[in-house]
Design a protein around this ligand. Sequence first.
Ligand code: PLP
Length: 457
Amino acid sequence: MPPRANSPAARDAAFALHPYTEHKAHRETGSLIIERGQGVRVWDESGKEYIEAVAGLWCASLGFSNERLREAADRQMRKLPFYHAFGAKAHEPMIELSEMLVQRAPVPMARAFLANSGSEANDSAVKMVWYYNNAIGRPQKKKIISRLRAYHGVTVASASLTGLPANHKLFDLPIAGIFHVSAPHHYHGAEPGESEEAFASRLADEIEALILREGPDTVAAMWAEPIMGAGGVVVPPRTYFEKVQAVLRKYDVLLVADEVICGFGRTGAYWGSQSLGMEPDILTCAKALSSSFLPISGVLVNERIFEGLAEGSSQIGTWGHGFTYSGHPVSAAVAVETLKIYDEMDVAGHSRQVGAHLQNELRRRFADHPLIGEIRGMGLIAAVEMVEDKATHRNFDPARKLGARLAKLCEAHGVIVRGLANDAVAFSPPLIITESEVDEMLERFGAALEAFTVELR
Ligand code: PLP
């Protein structure tokens, strides 16, 4: 139904150009307008309440209200609402946050660079990799390996790393020098009877063949989310990163871990790198860094990369990169408070415990459902995927958009999930969620799934 004239929905449709939205359809349907939040719940303008099962965009880790974060922002607003970090200027919140990030890194890291979004963090890291290799006299070593179904952002370089068609088609992307290898999804990618370990070996071989084809002297880095998020919540097969990293080390190819979703407890460890056995040279993070209450992201670099950046900057006279809002004091103060809360609540322990409940309950309730082909995830990130044929794992015709339709029906049942490719829907609730809230979330999802099953008959 088209929105009422002059309603917020009509004004939204008239004036707002939405991210990730089909613009023509939006003119007709308008938006779901969210008005307020509390804990794991949000309310729309009509007063209807929803459990936010994806924490917004996998990000509002402390939910939709937090007095301590509000007070941290207020304090910093009063004291110093803005200052920058260019040309060796600094302020306490950016110093404290950089220190806390380096101290909490999953592997020894030397420095933290601050930016404003996951895309900016990944774009910055691409430039760091290129700059590093120029500075140490390897100007030809620039190519980057990413993966199909990866999500690393939407700025020009990060969108090029992203491995999803909608981020490339009509945008003239990816840029040159970025290569996408297979997604590590055993359910769809493995040959019949192929074990997870054998599949992982095959994927590592694919990466080695690519490096040899392009020339090891030309390949600089590989990007990887520990668990792919937007690409479908893809947990890699056993031994994957062990084998991939052996190949990367052999050819001196850097590993960049994109922890934008997985960082800060999501997978049941503080970092996804720890859950999946990654030892990155560079790590990017965002989202839960400030519980998304304010925009901020980070890039951690190890000593080797930092030395290269330092060497280059002394050759040029400056490191010519940084944002007006790099380390913004209010965002940084909120992030510092967020990290303190994580320490106090033992965010990884909580996520491991409640995450085990989520994973068990998803399987107990839905594994035998006729529409559900695969249930996957770890800690407090999960997806359920609908298939037409459970034996062959064949998906439904994408034109039917079953995943998006189920996600919409979930809203009617009071739970906001995220529809992904291959008719998967994602769960990535605020990390503060309790076991009983998980149960309530899955009750609502189950009711939507039943209604959907009836609708499809
Ligand atoms: N990297 C990953 C793994 C993400 O999931 C996202 C966003 O969802 C990004 C990068 C991009 O972050 P942003 O939307 O803040 O630019």
